[in-house]
Design a protein around this ligand. Structure first.
Ligand code: GLA
Length: 379
């Protein structure tokens, strides 16, 4: 319990506790920073945070999972390269202050059970937990979507990772038993019930996402270049969201092979999200699963962000009874796959994937059967 950890470290009970979940993305990968559609769900693994006010302007922050502490002053919040884990908390606090919110000094502890660097958004969960924490401790009042945008800006500007808005949004505004259908252009969203006797099963490849940030930046740039190239052919668009596959065919030569494939992934993935939402709402889980496989192939071949480990996990999943669909989830280059599995087949699935992964690659996969959970700021 986070309250007990707080008491052990600081010698008294905390005043408040907050919690923010990790997320898994069911479909809609690398679309958020292209103004596109995504369909994530918060999972039942979370960052928990507890704290009490101090009389001064100091924040003392303790990371349970790293057994590490750091202190900083609220009057000039700086990045800390040596305790880089603290930058998510610092970044959100800094932006709240810059936007006129009043914070107090505080003793804080946090920790959780979201595997780090596994593509399940433990960083976004720390950011959103920080929002939920300050909301309680300092009595802040803000609209949840405002909070989400602020958390994303903290990650972009303070931490320096040019991510889209999906992870913070899912951690903040998901609903239990539902997926979150989000339009990243105007941030309108709808909760879509996950009906039927199926489980969301996550397979962790165990491979940390080493290349992720540099390759992520390259993909982001390539999408911008594709938009510029389309403009040069006379198609004035702001983002790949506004483009369809016919537009891409017309501009194929101007784009060149690489940008064409990158753009085709984004454009086709947006289409798949729309179809997946329709399938989910219509109870057609078979179709939903097929779209997951197609998403994986597009990420593997056109966007080139998969890996041997992720491909192996998807291939293994395809052959198991009771599996509707499988794909890599998150930024790629390691991390996890997400699988939609009939509930009664889930245990055998987990066993078979662990054994197959060991046999094929000599590696250990961790399998999590997830519940779709509430976000930290869900009303
Ligand atoms: C990471 C980013 C998200 C999103 C995904 C890819 O999780 O943080 O914003 O771009 O990658 O879909």
């Amino acid at each position: 319990m986070i309250e007990e950890s707080f008491e052990r470290i600081y010698g008294s009970k905390p005043e408040v506790a907050a919690r923010a979940p990790g997320r898994v993305n069911l479909i809609g990968e690398h679309t958020d920073y292209n103004d596109g559609f995504v369909l994530p769900a918060a999972i039942d693994r979370a960052i928990r945070m507890a704290g009490r006010r101090r009389a001064d302007r100091t924040v003392r922050l303790h990371a349970l999972d790293l057994s590490d502490s750091v202190e900083f002053g609220l009057d000039s919040v700086q990045r800390d390269e040596r305790h880089s884990w603290s930058n998510y908390f610092r970044g959100v606090s800094n932006l709240l202050l810059a936007n006129g919110f009043k914070l107090t000094g505080a003793d804080v502890v946090f920790g959780g059970d979201i595997p780090r660097e596994a593509g399940l958004s433990s960083s976004a969960a720390v950011e959103v937990a920080t929002l939920a924490f300050w909301r309680k401790l300092a009595g802040l009042d803000f609209d949840p979507v405002y909070g989400v945008k602020l958390a994303r800006r903290a990650e972009n500007e303070f931490v320096g990772m040019p991510c889209g808005v999906m992870d913070q949004f899912a951690s903040a505004l998901s609903r239990e038993g539902h997926a979150l259908f989000l339009d990243c252009r105007d941030l309108s969203f709808r909760h879509v019930p996950l009906k039927g006797d199926v489980k969301i099963v996550v397979s962790n490849s165990g491979v940390k996402r080493a290349l992720t940030q540099s390759e992520y930046e390259i993909r982001l740039k390539q999408c911008r270049q594709a938009v510029a190239q389309l403009g040069a052919t006379g198609l004035a668009v702001k983002s790949l969201r506004e483009v369809d596959l016919d537009d891409l065919e017309v501009a194929r030569e101007a784009l060149g092979g690489l940008l064409f494939r990158r753009a085709r992934h984004v454009v086709s993935e947006n289409q798949r999200v729309l179809e997946a939402v329709e399938a989910l709402e219509g109870g057609d889980l078979e179709r939903f699963g097929q779209l997951m496989y197609a998403s994986h192939e597009s990420l593997r071949d056109d966007y080139e962000v998969s890996s041997r480990e992720l491909d192996t996990l998807v291939e293994l999943a395809r052959r198991q009874p009771g599996v509707l669909g499988a794909r890599m989830t998150g930024a790629g280059f390691g991390g996890c796959t997400v699988n939609l599995v009939h509930a009664e087949a889930a245990e055998d699935f987990a066993r078979a994937i662990r054994a197959g992964y060991k046999e094929r690659l000599g590696l250990d996969a961790e399998i999590y059967v997830c519940q779709a959970s509430n976000g930290a700021l869900t009303a």
